[in-house]
Design a protein around this ligand. Structure first.
Ligand code: A3P
Length: 292
């Protein structure tokens, strides 16, 4: 589809957004046109590599009475299925045949209708992360996930690909701006990855309140412990270990840091990125942390 870059498994473009094997054009259409959200549904909307897994786990625990044992009993993407996906165990896209009480559906699809119009009638949590770290995290994901490859190229090629907008799930700026613009809706909560990782004691109660769940100080502590990078890296229900299609060399829970991009971006790449960031985000008022 784009002769400049290696072809990925079943890649296709839908409304200017690149998708790969984990979904199909039909699935996306069904999500856009037919999927019916229920009033108690929670949609977690993220750009890939922005803290999806972290929010999936937090939201599931909050909506299931802090059932830590239950959370360990099955993988996070089975408990919180991806809406458009066709490779996990849930029957996409309608969750048919799966008794998901209190359905919690994340999506990483910037092409589905969610981008422009979450709700009304159900709640949505959007997680945003600084895009330099998203880019670095995504680079490693491309390298580590078989179906995104073969990805023989280096960081600077991936950087160029991002700058060209040839990235699965599309253009970060478009997605971030669309969600940020809706931040004042009462049925939408915007959470910054950096806040959740750095200040869990403040962010967890904010998420709980949005979901209408009461948590005490002790609950927050237990949640923060279970959601720490190290705990989620150790936990087979959250660390994606042994999931087919991921190379042994790849660790899904890779670094979990804010500012890891500095180890990969050259000064000139960083300046180039900053110029585009300024041009795209000027006037939006969105502030993200790029550093520890
Ligand atoms: P890095 O590759 O920068 O480490 P997603 O779940 O949206 O695919 O995002 C994955 C990114 O979130 C990875 O980033 C991963 O390490 C990070 N992550 C997942 N759980 C985390 C946690 N509990 N604390 C910090 N970072 C976490």
């Amino acid at each position: 589809l784009n002769p400049k870059y290696p072809k990925m498994m079943n890649e296709f473009v839908y409304k200017d957004v690149l998708f790969v094997h984990w979904t199909t054009r039909r699935n996306i259409e069904l999500v856009e046109q037919e999927f019916e959200f229920l009033p108690d549904d929670l949609l977690i909307a993220t750009f890939p590599k922005s803290g999806t897994t972290l929010m999936q786990e937090l939201a599931w625990l909050l909506r299931h009475n802090l059932d830590f044992a239950g959370a360990k009993a099955s993988r996070v993407f089975e408990r919180v299925p991806f809406l458009e996906e066709n490779w996990t165990s849930h029957t996409c896209p309608r969750c048919r045949g799966r008794a998901l009480s209190r359905r919690t559906c994340p999506t990483t699809s910037s092409g589905a209708r969610i981008e422009a119009a979450p709700g009304p009638g159900f709640k949505t949590i959007c997680v945003l992360r600084n895009p330099k770290d998203v880019l670095v995290s995504y680079y490693h994901f491309y390298k580590g996930v078989v179906d995104y490859g073969p990805w023989p190229w280096d960081f600077s090629s991936f950087f160029d690909m991002w700058m060209d907008g040839w990235i699965v799930a599309g253009d970060w700026f478009r997605v971030a701006k669309a969600w940020w613009a809706q931040r004042n809706r009462p049925d939408l909560l915007l959470v910054k990855f950096e806040d959740l990782v750095r200040r869990p004691a403040l962010e967890i109660p904010r998420v709980a309140e949005f979901l209408g769940v009461e948590v005490g100080q002790d609950d927050v502590k237990r949640l923060a412990n279970a959601l720490s990078f190290d705990a989620m890296k150790e936990n087979p229900a959250t660390n994606y270990s042994g999931v087919p299609g991921m190379l042994d060399s790849f660790s899904f829970m890779r670094s979990g840091k804010v500012g890891d991009w500095k180890r990969f971006f050259t000064v000139s790449q960083s300046e180039q990125f900053d110029r585009i960031y300024q041009a795209e985000m000027a006037g939006t008022g969105l502030e993200l942390e790029f550093d520890w």
